[in-house]
Design a protein around this ligand. Structure first.
Ligand SMILES: Nc1ncnc2c1ncn2[C@@H]1O[C@H](COP(=O)(O)OP(=O)(O)O)[C@@H](O)[C@H]1O
Ligand SMILES: CC(=O)OP(=O)(O)O
Ligand SMILES: [Mg+2]
Length: 417
């Protein structure tokens, strides 16, 4: 009998943390035991959910949790509930052997790695390049080491899906090559764990080999990006050196004229108040990462409220909605050309992409000229429920970065020796 181990997946996003506990043996498909999340960290009070796959008794849905203010306190709350969950005999925190962490900026790491003193140091060097993510994720690694006595921590990177395959003429910025190399300046791309899951699901749904599947994929959450996937490989994506480039987000500007920031503030390069010893943030970075996006325009980070406001005729909300649609359809056009018009599906994922029918409809209306349209076949869901066909070439795919990491971990011999 192959040995079964518990895998905890930790996905720290910019506004949320998603945690899932699986049981798996080497080479198997992980079996979900517990799924939990804390959402709305940027629009308090945060909401906590916990559901145990086999035990109806320990289910909590969207409970307001005022004490939870960051990813660390969210993990503590999850572990507290895990401890209270009587059905998990032999499956409690003390038994977790593998913790797989989503690390947003992985530089040029080409595969997942065990988090050791050395690899953590390498990731720390990248912290300034993902100011909303890497430091929080590393704090969770530390916390997991303290709270889970048997655990080996493993890092899965958002970058590898893109850095593996994007060509030099796409990832290079038109700048002095010596300086660019010295400072590690290039396009990396993010949300790769999600794109990897989306590709896997699309391939299964479309019943085509990955090597013959091409997608324009949209990951629309608090941070939003698009990717062009040709024959199963990323050829371009909208995020760049940092997760700021490309589409706007809840608190991020997305692509802007780089000179704009010097007109916006006279001390762009000074250190921001939110800067710490570990994380150096200039005022410019603080403005563009944390004081921009819909939060800056209408005072909320919740795109659900933007959609509602647009419905209710609020002009300011409508401006945010229209602006987001405009930027998204611009990239769809760009990627349609890069893929030579050979696109098997346009896919929608992420908190906004999955939940806002209005946003999807507005985007698809604008790209009808490329042959994308909605039809009545909604409800045509595949067997595991992750994929819904919305039109002949339009798919809604409920992303699952936690599963993707656990699945990759279960197949990787290095972590089972
Ligand atoms: N019903 C909804 N309609 C539109 N947007 C929604 C809805 N529910 C949640 N969202 C948006 O989804 C975002 C969270 O997306 P998600 O991908 O889970 O987050 P993260 O970027 O932290 O990983 C929220 O900030 C909110 O703006
Ligand atoms: C890379 C990124 O922006 O991730 P998230 O959307 O989860 O914040
Ligand atoms: Mg996310």
């Amino acid at each position: 009998m192959p040995r079964t181990r518990l895998i905890l997946s930790v996905n720290a996003g910019s506004s949320s943390i998603k945690l899932s506990l699986y049981s798996a043996s080497f080479g198997s498909t992980p079996v979900l035991l517990v799924k939990s999340s804390v959402s709305g960290l940027t629009s308090p009070p945060a909401k906590f959910s916990y559901s145990n796959n086999g035990n109806k008794g320990h289910n909590i849905e969207d409970r307001e949790s005022g004490d939870v203010t960051d990813q660390g306190s969210a993990l503590e709350l999850f572990l507290k509930h895990l401890g209270q969950d009587d059905s998990l005999k032999g499956h409690g925190a003390g038994e977790i052997e593998l913790a797989v962490h989503r690390i947003v900026h992985g530089g040029l790491f080409s595969e997942a790695v065990v988090l050791s003193k050395e690899t953590i140091q390498e990731i720390e060097h990248l912290t300034d390049l993902a100011p909303l993510h890497n430091a929080a994720a590393l704090a969770l690694v530390k916390l997991a080491t303290q709270r889970l006595p048997k655990v080996v921590n493993i890092a899965y990177f958002d970058t590898t899906f893109h850095t593996r395959s994007i060509s030099p003429h796409v990832y290079t910025y038109p700048l002095d090559p010596g300086m660019a190399q010295k400072k590690m300046i290039r396009k990396y791309g993010f949300h790769g764990i999600s794109y990897s899951f989306v590709l896997r699901e699309a391939v299964e749904f479309l019943q085509k080999p990955a090597e013959e599947t091409s997608l324009i994929s949209l990951h629309l959450g608090s941070g939003a990006s698009a990717a062009a996937i040709r024959n199963g490989k990323s050829i371009d994506t909208t995020m760049g050196l940092t997760p700021l480039e490309g589409l706007p987000g809840a608190t991020r500007s997305g692509s802007i004229d780089p000179c704009l920031v010097f007109h916006y503030t006279s001390n762009a390069s000074s250190l921001a108040r939110s800067s710490t010893k570990e994380l150096h943030i200039s005022i410019a970075e603080d403005i563009l990462n944390k004081q921009a996006g819909w939060y800056s325009m209408v005072g909320t980070t919740d795109f659900g409220k933007v959609v509602q406001g647009t419905h209710d005729g609020d002009e300011k909300m409508k401006l945010v909605f229209d602006l987001f649609v405009d930027r998204i359809v611009g990239y769809i056009g760009n990627y349609f050309v890069k893929l030579g018009g050979k696109v098997d599906a346009l896919t929608f994922s992420g908190g906004i992409g999955e939940r806002s029918e209005d946003l999807r409809r507005a985007v698809i209306d604008k790209v009808a000229c490329l042959g994308f349209k909605l039809d009545d076949s909604s409800g045509n869901t595949d067997s595991n429920g992750a994929v819904t066909r919305l039109g002949p070439k339009v798919l809604l795919i409920k992303t699952n970065e936690e599963f993707e990491m656990a699945q990759e971990c279960a197949q990787d011999k290095r972590f089972w020796e």
